[in-house]
Design a protein around this ligand. Structure first.
Ligand code: NAP
Length: 309
């Protein structure tokens, strides 16, 4: 007889391992399937200062490992494999991975989302060394410095305002001559004396020695290029949810996030979407972890009800 888990968690980020922790502590036979290493997007951040309980902050890799070990202490298992496809309908769900097929009564989807990249020279090289994708996470590292923000949507607007309170100067570089951001942001952006805009412009290169010292920007109307000195580059041009595995199986919004509310339940019984993957207003480590606990709670309730049927 093939083994049937109570709960398979797809993705070993903070949401995934919190679901696993709550699952095993509720007595559920729980497996996390993770492609690379515990931590998800956190592993790209060396200093996380907004996850409570760490008075000096914590390295993202370390926090990921701590979350994995915390769940494994109570019996959660981890399978290092890539999930290739999912069969989610019915009582027993199938998770097809690069190392074989797995069966489970519930599936928690915790595959996350990743920031869209500019794809320009210097971006990958300086990620974590002046290139950031999250003002809430890294803004404090740039206190008193000049930073640039790439993008013109709500995230760029929100992050520019946040950074203007911390940094000496914020230069927003946007490829069009108007913001996509909601009107609600326009007044605070205009009121902030230290926010400047470079319209119809694109960053074409990020440079520095050990850390970022400046960018090359191109005027998209005239084709002229110029240099800007800055200590940091915040790339705020949207995010890509890792929802390819469930497209056509679960309802997603127009940008690809799996539609699930605060209960994390999806339209398929026994299937939950948590953390950055689902529609939600704030995507942070702490909100992903909260989702993990919620999903395990509803999965346990679902299994109890199913056992009574
Ligand atoms: P977004 O709305 O997709 O905006 C992305 C911005 O980046 C756009 O201005 C876009 O330019 C620009 N962009 C995209 N690709 C680019 C590239 N390769 N090079 C340069 N610029 C590029 O993404 P978002 O701002 O992250 O927002 C995502 C979602 O979260 C939205 O639905 C947003 O409303 C929501 N959100 C809401 C709030 C809030 O309500 N407080 C806060 C943050 C985010 P174009 O304008 O030219 O396309």
């Amino acid at each position: 007889m093939e083994h049937i888990y109570d709960m398979i968690v797809v993705g070993g980020g903070p949401g995934g391992y919190t679901a696993a922790l709550y699952g095993v502590r509720a007595g559920l036979d729980t497996l996390v399937v993770e492609k690379m290493s515990a931590g998800g997007q956190m592993t790209l951040t060396t200093q996380i200062d907004n996850y409570p309980g760490f008075e000096n902050g914590v390295d993202g890799n370390e926090l990921g490992e701590k979350m994995r070990l915390g769940a494994e202490r109570f019996g959660a298992k981890t399978e290092y494999a890539e999930v290739l496809s999912l069969e989610l309908e019915g009582e027993i769900k199938k998770v097809v991975t690069s190392t074989g097929e797995l069966l489970s009564r519930t599936v928690i989807l915790a595959t996350g989302a990743s920031p869209r990249r500019l794809g320009i020279p210097g971006e990958a090289e300086f990620t974590g060394l002046g290139v950031s994708y999250c003002a809430a996470c890294d803004g404090m590292l740039y206190r008193g410095r000049t930073v640039v923000v790439a993008g013109g949507g709500n995230t760029a607007a929100h992050d520019a305002i946040t950074l203007s309170r911390i940094c000496e100067k914020v230069i927003v570089i946007h490829r069009r001559d108007t913001l996509r951001a909601s009107r609600v942001y326009h007044e605070p952006l205009a009121a902030a004396k230290n926010i400047e805009f470079r319209w119809n412009s694109a960053i074409t290169e990020i440079h520095g020695d050990d850390i970022v010292s400046g960018v090359t920007i191109k005027d998209l109307k005239t084709g002229e290029t110029g240099e800007l000195e800055c200590g940091g580059v915040f790339v705020c041009i949207g995010r890509e949810p890792a929802s390819a595995l469930v497209r056509g199986k679960l309802e997603c919004d127009e940008t690809g996030y799996v539609i699930a509310d605060e209960t994390t339940r999806t339209a398929i019984p026994g299937v939950y979407a948590i953390g950055d993957l689902r529609t939600k207003p704030l995507r942070q480590v702490v909100t992903a972890a909260a989702d993990g606990a919620t999903a395990a709670h509803f999965a346990e309730q679902y299994l109890t009800e199913a056992a009574g049927r």
